[in-house]
Design a protein around this ligand. Structure first.
Ligand code: DCT
Ligand code: MG
Length: 544
């Protein structure tokens, strides 16, 4: 049995300390106590804490060092003394006021000091959570950007001098780290078209792609959040940085860019990216199904510039070939009504095969988005109907396989991307089962009569009945919401996966699980919210 360790749930990024020996000593002490210590900031590894060994560092200096405008909401910057105290005490002790480095609100010379404003909804939050007295507000971005621009990009000097669009907040209380989930969610107005801020949304989305390709996760996240916020602004056009800065998730830096785009219909930053043919190629290649940032970078490094170049790659997989042949189909969202048609066709066949099954459409469809990128379908049985999970899965697998065969024969399913290709087995279910044995997902493409010939991405997944709550939570998303709630769970000592909410998960140095931990809840989505002490959010309130 693996012993659970005090820092088990934490991922640390240690700001390199001098001398190097000191750094190494700290790192190995933290790892011995169960923490994962990472040395790059990548998407899969958002640090829970940035640890300062050299204590004179300011928040601004940390941002400058990391070359980011802001840190992920849940990441805290702490001094190493706090970590040492946790190790000494054998438990996670509270982070004291002196232990944490927080963003400072700089008092500008402008004479507009106004009393601090805390919205009622935020005040409500403070009652639920431990409160710190600090000088920040949740959507603050750092003012300190002068020396942490990526040198590959237009420098700050080239831009207009940064203005402070924020109201001077004076001494206000910092929103606690999980406030993002406790706050009153917006009901998202679901339109892709007709949003008066569409140009900014498009340009910010491009920038997000570029930063994802460049592995600059924090910036990518910042743009993603800004896009999510602007998508909610369906009734008014945001035209000035002053207006933009008041919106959730938009800091000064992005607000400036918004104004630039509105005024010039251009973004200097995006123009710069697009001035490099490699960057354009990267963005194009990343749009191919089955090509992630790493492969796209490798291909670009080897001279690939266009989809035609990619087609000639010897290492192109059959799935990637389909991704190129149906590039536009897969990169265009479909209206919700079309998603529903795909879903109904699948549901009808599944329930004809097994009337007990539960068939639901997840992802953006469940979040009631007006446009969906693909069709995410889960298939399960009612809890308790088939108490033996293995038996339930065998039953569901057969249903899924028969469904795929029937729908492929009908021409509704047009190709297999993950999971058995029924065509390759003459649509013979037993032959497929003999060949592939067990499988729990089938990804492919489908087309409906009303839009025949346009292929949509479709994912079919079978779910153990007892895991339905956790799976619903995971597959509803969106991705940003999932990230946030997972991190929150981690901060509270849990581990949240699509299989369930667990506690006492022992982890190794690279965060790999050494034990599954104890299952706390997996059947009910509502219960998972309850246990995490977050007010339940309807699916349509989970688009972040
Ligand atoms: N998901 C996640 N993290 C990701 C991607 C997906 O947690 N990086 C989860 C949340 C949504 C679910 O999987 C389905 O994924 P997608 O179909 O990619 O997302 P979607 O929200 O349905 O959006 P789209 O309309 O683009 O399909
Ligand atoms: Mg989807």
């Amino acid at each position: 049995m693996v012993k659970s360790k005090v820092l088990n749930n934490f991922t640390f990024f240690i700001i390199p300390a001098t001398p190097k020996r000191l750094h190494n000593i700290k790192q190995s002490a933290y790892e011995s106590a169960g923490a994962q210590v990472i040395d790059t900031l990548e998407d899969e590894h958002t640090p829970s804490h940035i640890v300062l060994v050299n204590k004179e560092w300011t928040y601004a200096k940390v941002l400058a060092y990391l070359k980011v405008d802001e840190l992920p909401k849940l990441t805290r910057v702490v001094k190493d003394e706090w970590v040492s105290r946790c190790i000494e005490n054998g438990k996670v002790v509270e982070i004291g006021a002196d232990d944490e480095i927080l963003p400072t609100t700089v008092v500008k010379n402008e004479p507009q000091a106004e009393p601090s404003e805390i919205k009622q909804e935020d005040k409500d939050k403070f009652e639920v959570l431990p409160v710190k007295t600090e000088e920040s507000n949740e959507s603050d971005e750092s003012e300190y950007r002068s020396n942490h621009e990526n040198t590959e990009e237009p420098t700050e000097k080239k831009r207009k001098p940064a203005r402070d669009h924020r109201k001077q907040t004076g001494k206000t209380r910092k929103l606690t780290w999980d406030s993002v989930l406790l706050s009153q969610p917006h009901k998202v107005e679901k339109t892709e078209s007709g949003n008066p801020n569409q140009l900014v949304i498009d340009i910010f989305s491009h920038l997000e792609n570029h930063y994802t390709a460049a592995k600059d996760t924090f910036r990518a996240l910042a743009y993603r959040r800004a896009v999510a916020t602007l998508k909610q602004e369906t009734d008014r056009k945001i035209t000035t940085a002053e207006e933009a800065i008041k919106l959730k998730g938009i800091g000064e830096h992005l607000a400036e860019q918004l104004q630039e785009i509105v005024e010039t219909h251009h973004s200097e930053r995006l123009d710069y990216f697009h001035s490099k043919v490699e960057n354009v190629a990267l963005e194009v290649l990343m749009g191919i199904y089955g090509v992630g940032p790493a492969k796209a970078r490798r291909w670009v490094g080897e001279g690939v510039r266009t989809l035609e170049d990619a087609l000639a790659r010897p290492d192109l997989t059959p799935q990637q070939r389909i991704g190129i042949e149906h590039y536009d189909d897969f990169n265009t969202k479909m209206p919700r009504a079309e998603t529903q048609q795909h879903f109904e066709i699948v549901k009808t066949v599944v329930q004809k095969l097994d009337k007990d099954t539960i068939v639901e459409c997840m992802g953006s469809y469940r979040r009631k988005e007006e446009f969906c990128g693909d069709i995410d379908i889960i298939i399960t049985l009612p809890i308790g109907l088939e108490p033996d999970t293995e038996k339930a899965l065998v039953r569901l697998r057969e249903v899924l396989l028969n469904t795929v065969v029937i729908l492929a024969k009908q021409g509704f399913l047009t190709c297999a991307l993950t999971g058995p290709d029924p065509l390759a087995y003459d649509y013979n279910v037993s032959r497929i089962l003999d060949a592939v044995g067990s499988f729990d997902r089938w990804y492919g493409a489908s087309t409906v009569p009303s839009n025949y010939g346009v292929w949509r991405r479709i994912d079919l997944l079978i779910v153990p009945p007892d895991e339905i709550g956790a799976t619903r939570l995971y597959f509803t998303g969106n991705g940003l919401f999932n990230r946030t709630i997972r991190l929150l769970a981690q901060h509270k000592g849990f581990s949240l996966t699509q299989h369930g909410l667990f506690r006492d998960v022992a982890r190794g140095k690279r965060r790999e699980k050494l034990s599954e931990g104890l299952l706390v809840e997996s059947k009910s989505e509502h219960r998972i919210f309850d246990i995490l002490e977050i007010p339940y959010r309807e699916p349509e309130e989970r688009s972040m």
